[in-house]
Ligand binder design. Sequence first.
Ligand code: ASP
Ligand code: MG
Length: 406
Amino acid sequence: MARLVQKFGGTSVGSPERIREVADWVARCRRRGDEVVLVVSAMGKETDDLLRLASEVSGTRPGREMDMLITAGERKAIALVCMALADAGVVAESYTGSQAGFITDTNHTDAKILEVRAERIREALEAGRVPVVAGAQGVSTDRDVTFLGRGGSDTTAVALAKALDADACELYTDVSGVFTTDPRVVDSARKLPVISFDELLEMTATGCPKPAMRSVEYARRHGVRLHVRSAFTWEQGTWVEEDPDMEHAVVAAITHDLSEAKITVSGVPDHPGVAARLFRSLADRSVNVDMIVQNASEQGQTDISFTVPHAELASSMEVVAGLREELGAAAVSSDADVARVSVIGAGMKSNPGTAASMFETLAANGINIDMISTSAIRISCVVAESEAERAVQVLHDAFELDRSPY
Ligand code: ASP
Ligand code: MG
């Protein structure tokens, strides 16, 4: 018998049929003897619909009211799931984030969990009931309803698994696990039986959309075992662990991210304080700068290039153009049609040559590298956006990720 937190994403509960299938699955887990707590997202695209509705009604959209609105999606879903569970013969009880004891800060629309007071949920479990908790929500220290942000249900599930000392946190979704790369880009992408927290974190930071990065960080910090798996086929998915006794592939996965844009400040004087001034000004505008490359200087001048999310390109360019004279830069330019392709694997720490293989593969396929950055277990290249998918395909092939290393 295991104690499991099971989180169901929007598509998993996207229709009445889906909700009944989830209820049947939970009933089966209960019969097997497991203790189960559910965390449920809003049905289908409901969160998007509510956001759109708000923008149609108002240009102001106060955070407090946005959170009251958005959290209604999950509230609807938990009630419906409990009704389906009743039909399946399972005694269940729905809880809003507040009822479930999620205390958050007051940062509306993107609140952080401060504490989980899970007594009520624990009591329900011990009384043999199945608690069904609304994902991505809580109550703030000011006693207002808060939303944890997009993808916040994953974080709710992980935090609850930690608070209840669960054996595992199962994240049920519409894909069957974590893949060697996006299966929509590479047919032969392979589901990984297991991956380390470090690798999955690098993946979520470089374009892998699920699970939400914050939830993976939380799980790593608190030692919560994750199992990413399908709510459609119910097959075994991907386990995420601290130090898995891993398949010894040097490279575990390839990711890509089309949402990056590049800014270049050229001909800046090479003296102390230039980069500091530039990136402080961007930070003050809350720009999320990613890769930064500074060239070796020539005749006392250098170029600085960096990437930012598309959504922050306009405000970044404003900042940079405003600083051009003060910095003494010759020119400022930007390119939105870039993408980042990354090769990730814990094995590269102890295996030299991964970077060389990556660059050779791109070169052999005529793909030009614009910028390069690395971490201990990741190598990223910025390439033209139009080349990104082909880059992923040739790298997936070159590192033989379609084949199990066993
Ligand atoms: N429903 C919300 C979203 O789509 C929160 C979540 O389910 O994670 O972002
Ligand atoms: Mg782009």
